[in-house]
Design a protein around this ligand. Structure first.
Ligand code: 5GP
Ligand code: ZN
Length: 112
């Protein structure tokens, strides 16, 4: 999608702090981190969110990057949280499917 910021970051059209990527998905640091480790994992193809006809291959590619991000960021042993905000009540602000990977701090039970 031509005016979508995450499309541009995932494709490399706009440079970003990329952590890792594969053929179908990219992982880069959140511009406004909410934890010591805060990485976004997005598909390279545009989908508004998880309700937008996301194919299994794309989800698998995104999930593969969860483990890779955790290992690269050193939070695979301590633990982390994965969040996928969907729609208004969840506070989705960027309408391009993304997972938040949050870690590097003890988060407790909180909302989840
Ligand atoms: P949402 O609230 O939609 O689940 O999360 C969107 C996230 O994208 C926010 O945490 C916000 O900080 C991040 N974000 C918004 N614009 C940019 C950007 O241009 N670059 C990066 N790296 N992150 C962004
Ligand atoms: Zn997009």
């Amino acid at each position: 999608m031509s005016d979508c910021i995450f499309c541009k970051l995932a494709s490399g059209e706009i440079p970003t702090d990329m952590v890792c990527e594969n053929d179908l998905a990219a992982a880069f640091r959140d511009a406004n981190p909410q934890a010591p480790v805060h990485v976004l994992i997005v598909p390279k193809a545009h989908h508004d969110n998880i309700l937008d006809n996301v194919d299994a291959q794309t989800l698998a590619a995104m999930t593969e990057l969860v483990g890779e991000v955790a290992r690269r960021e050193g939070i695979d042993k301590t633990g982390f949280r994965v969040i996928m905000n969907t729609g208004a009540d969840a506070g989705q602000t960027v309408m391009h499917l993304h997972m938040h990977v949050l870690g590097g701090i003890e988060m407790g039970e909180g909302l989840l």
